[in-house]
Ligand binder design. Structure first.
Ligand SMILES: [Zn+2]
Length: 70
């Protein structure tokens, strides 16, 4: 009799929507997607956000940490 395969019920849950997304400094509406992105260096990327509600645009910068495998 074959043994039943134990399947993991663990699922990957990404961050709740909106948790890592910026909000408009003018009307406080939440941004859904960046208009554009550009790498400033290998580790830093900037995003251009434009508010759909009021049209305000701003740029955020994000630094990526390189993962070192020891
Ligand atoms: Zn806005």
């Amino acid at each position: 009799m074959p043994a039943l395969a134990a399947r993991s019920t663990k699922e990957f849950h990404p961050s709740p929507r909106g948790s890592a997304l910026p909000t408009c400094p003018v009307c406080a509406d939440s941004m859904v997607a960046a208009e554009a992105s550009a790498f400033l260096t290998d580790d830093i990327v900037s995003y251009l956000w434009t508010c759909d509600t009021c049209g305000y645009g701003f740029v955020t910068k994000h630094a990526f940490r390189k993962i070192a495998c020891n």
